[in-house]
Design a protein around this ligand. Structure first.
Ligand SMILES: Nc1ncnc2c1ncn2[C@@H]1O[C@H](COP(=O)(O)OP(=O)(O)OP(=O)(O)O)[C@@H](O)[C@H]1O
Length: 220
């Protein structure tokens, strides 16, 4: 379970959001909508402990993240979270399989069979040794999805992961992301501007300056 309770963030004198509350269960897929600049990326960063919230709490499977020290929080992030970003963030000098293996290496849990499994599920069999610069945008995002899920995170944070892809590729990448997150039982928070992506979610919420508002059922 993920619990956000009264999460609040401001930069100096500039308020971003307050009163952000959420309860999400394992395997649930939640789309987060909201106007540009309302703080969607900032919210994901606060949940991940990459940015300091100014109030409230984040609790994942009974662990209150803000009560962890810096080192414990970094370990928690490595173990429990997966990230997918719009700009892929695949490391250019590492091969496809090395990129996917990275979270397991950081956890000192190398597992070549799991890496191979992830290559298969994202449809990149035979791409093991390829360097990122030889891949298309859709293929790069599939590498990023495999890397985000290889260590079986409890929470997957996806920030406009299909924003750089053409509509057909975006649809296929989104399906892959959802199917795999559900198969692994991860909670998925998807920040998106795409109504059709939001329509695929179990729930869609709109972030406002004063918290989440439910979004009426969308159709794809
Ligand atoms: N490090 C920072 N220092 C000061 N202000 C910041 C910082 N990071 C973000 N902001 C501000 O916080 C607000 C929220 O930004 P954020 O990127 O989270 O919005 P967003 O909803 O993700 O936007 P978009 O949909 O355009 O990506 C913006 O007004 C932004 O200018």
């Amino acid at each position: 379970m993920l619990h956000l309770h009264a999460l609040a963030k401001h930069y100096a004198e500039t308020p971003v959001f307050s009163h952000v509350d959420l309860e999400a269960r394992s395997g649930e897929f939640i789309a987060i909508l909201g106007e540009s600049g309302v703080g969607k990326s900032t919210l994901l960063n606060c949940i991940a402990g990459l940015d300091e919230a100014n109030g409230g709490s984040v609790e994942l499977d009974g662990v209150n993240v803000f009560q962890l020290g810096e080192e414990a929080r970094a370990r928690w992030r490595r173990e429990k979270l997966g990230f997918v970003f719009q700009a892929f963030h695949v490391l250019p000098h590492l091969s496809v399989s090395q990129n996917i293996a990275l979270p397991l290496l950081l956890l000192q849990r190398p597992d070549p069979a799991r890496v191979k499994h992830m290559l298969d599920v994202v449809g990149l069999q035979g791409f093991d040794e390829r360097l990122p610069r030889t891949l298309s945008g859709g293929q790069l995002q599939r590498v990023a999805i495999a890397r985000a899920l290889v260590h079986k995170p409890a929470l997957l944070l996806a920030d406009e992961p299909t924003g750089n892809l053409d509509p057909g590729t975006a649809e296929r990448v989104l399906t892959l992301l959802l199917d795999q997150a559900r198969a692994e039982g991860a909670i998925c928070l998807l920040v998106t501007h795409s109504q059709s992506a939001a329509a695929r979610a179990d729930r869609a919420l709109r972030l406002t300056a004063t918290g989440f508002e439910p979004v009426a059922r969308l159709t794809a």
